[in-house]
Design a protein around this ligand. Structure first.
Ligand SMILES: [Zn+2]
Length: 314
């Protein structure tokens, strides 16, 4: 009886979304590989994304997860893209601990892929990519902004890393979509060359990635991220982290209520009167509904606070 259960657990472990990080022994390359199939599929369902939005958001979240894998604990990466195309804004945020969330401005956006010279980047159009790092030892986010290169996220991230951080990088973001337009597989690879890296070595790793993708278009699910690192970088690479990842948002009704408190009594009473009860989290699409008790509780709290301040002032 125990064996099938164990096998099931093993299978779950094998197929779980995760991001792995490796470092070559000579210290010349660091490599991140992410499997983000469930993450991208979950985001598509949560936000009701048409295929174009699902692909772009999936890629942005994979990219954020890869960049965050080089950080520590609750340090975060935020990728924000504002383009002239039909998708509008794209937002992806990832913590090193594996919590990832994101959304797009227009979830129903489409482009005519049959048109001549049509490409994924038409969804974003011309615009800017901003990457922010929220780090433990910095009071303010560290932010870099670059023009969109191609709008396919991978070329955009490569350009950002080179221009803004002066790191030569290769970024690959892949996905597979079924006939209904649902994301079935997603994943990505980030290779970064340190300044003393040998250009020939870079070419070898990039060639290995090309070969892997050519040989197996399901590489994202057929291999674990740590296996992929070993396949592209050879024996002399050490896996330094292997972290499970999930679509996860820390929103809660309590957080929303704290935000509402700042609006003041009159505004909250107005919402109550107009029965504006529903609150929607932009980041994850979660819906919350304020009850009469929530409203009266908020007003009592504001009254208690203002009584407290005026009492303290006298
Ligand atoms: Zn949320």
């Amino acid at each position: 009886m125990a064996e099938p259960k164990l096998r099931k657990l093993k299978k779950m472990y094998q197929h779980r979304d995760r991001v792995a990080r490796g470092l070559t022994e000579d210290g010349h390359f660091r490599i991140g590989v992410v499997r983000s199939s469930s993450l991208a599929s979950h985001a598509q369902q949560r936000h009701g994304l048409a295929p174009l939005a699902a692909v772009i958001l999936g890629r942005a979240m994979s990219g954020a997860a890869l960049l965050a894998s080089f950080l520590k604990g609750e340090e975060r990466i935020i990728i924000e893209i504002k383009g002239s195309g039909p998708l509008g804004l794209v937002y992806a945020e990832a913590m090193q601990v594996g919590e990832i969330r994101g959304f797009v401005g227009n979830s129903a956006a489409t482009i005519d892929m049959k048109a001549e010279n049509a490409q994924l980047g038409d969804g974003l159009g011309l615009g800017l990519m901003q990457v922010s790092k929220i780090l433990y030892d910095r009071g303010e986010p560290v932010t870099g902004i670059t023009d969109l290169a191609k709008g396919d996220i991978s070329a955009d991230l490569e350009q950002y890393l080179l221009q803004s951080e002066q790191i030569r990088s290769s970024v690959v973001l892949d996905e597979r979509i079924d006939d209904e337009g649902n994301i079935r597989q997603a994943g990505g690879i980030l290779v970064q060359a340190m300044p003393d890296a040998d250009p020939e070595q870079i070419d070898t790793i990039v060639a290995n990635i090309t070969e892997l993708r050519r040989r197996n278009s399901s590489w994202m699910t057929d291999y674990r991220p740590d296996e992929v690192i070993q396949m592209i970088a050879g024996e002399n690479v050490k896996i330094v982290a292997n972290t499970p990842i999930d679509f996860y948002c820390r929103c809660s009704i309590e957080r929303f209520k704290n935000g509402l408190m700042t609006l003041g009594r009159a505004e909250i009473e107005d919402m109550w009167r107009k029965k504006q009860r529903e609150l929607v989290c932009n980041y994850c699409g979660e819906r919350y509904e304020l009850s009469d008790d929530d409203f009266s509780g908020l007003i009592d709290e504001i009254d208690a606070q203002s009584a407290g301040t005026s009492g303290g002032a006298s």
